[in-house]
Design a binder for this molecule. Sequence first.
Ligand code: NAD
Length: 290
Amino acid sequence: MKIAFIGLGNMGGGMAANLAKAGHEVRAFDLSEAALAAAKEKGCEAFTSASEACKGVDAVVSMLPNGGIVKAVYTGDVIGHAPEGAVLIDCSTIDVSTAREVAEAAAAAGYPMVDAPVSGGIAAADAGTLTFMVGGSDEGFKRAEEVLKHMGKAVIHAGDAGNGQAAKICNNMLLAVQMIGTAEAFAMAQKLGLDPQTFYDISSVSSGQCWSMTSYCPVPGVGPTSPSDNDYQGGFATGLMLKDLKLAMEAAETAGMNTRIGAKAKELYEAFDADGNGARDFSAIITEYD
Ligand code: NAD
């Protein structure tokens, strides 16, 4: 397939390389010359604009920072420039409303479009082991799956346009709440005189067990290796978790939903980020209890 790839940053760079590795002709564009040069080294062809990259393609994939940029790129450089009928796949994490609005504009111009945000970080993007949650029509999903399967281990249809983003922000809101709860429980166990390893041995096989505890424990030296064992470097940055929580709160407001615990999680991560912790892994929130 001929595939345009727009946005070759931390995530997009590895994803585009995996499409090229799978034998596709990847026509790449990024505003950053360094990102474009790196993509060229990994087997992509570099273009000087998104509209040029979209010429003659079967599919367009994007991995961009936010909804404003996604809307500007699709309405300005993709729709009307990619051949009619090409499948459009936005993998960025953006707000549900913009995802639906852009998909509608694409459909009106004859393009099936899906939102396909990912679970998994930079390592999973490089390794081709992302999970894609996809919102769009059955036809859009089937065609997007043929592209996404080369970059991930799971491609799941979440329903109509925007539902991929809805799944992503609900999942990450739950993750934030779960991480803060896990951190608080370990901190309190310690205050009450329990050794963290002993608490782990008990809670990891009891009803408090969760992913934040058994796969990503915020206490160094407890559970499998995680960012806490590396001074909270790498992993999923607090700044990115905060971005997702803000999107979740925006969506909650639009839906008239009172997310009592999600709102509290956003407040806590906002304060942690403002204290200069934006680049640390989100499990570092446990240090607030020191
Ligand atoms: P990044 O900043 O490293 O990459 C974004 C890229 O987009 C940059 O190279 C930038 O130059 C390019 N760009 C910006 N505006 C552009 C435009 N108009 N045209 C072309 N290129 C443009 O960000 P990232 O970490 O790769 O994240 C990308 C998306 O993936 C975000 O929506 C993020 O929330 C989501 N995400 C990131 C992670 C992660 O661990 N980094 C995990 C899951 C999801």
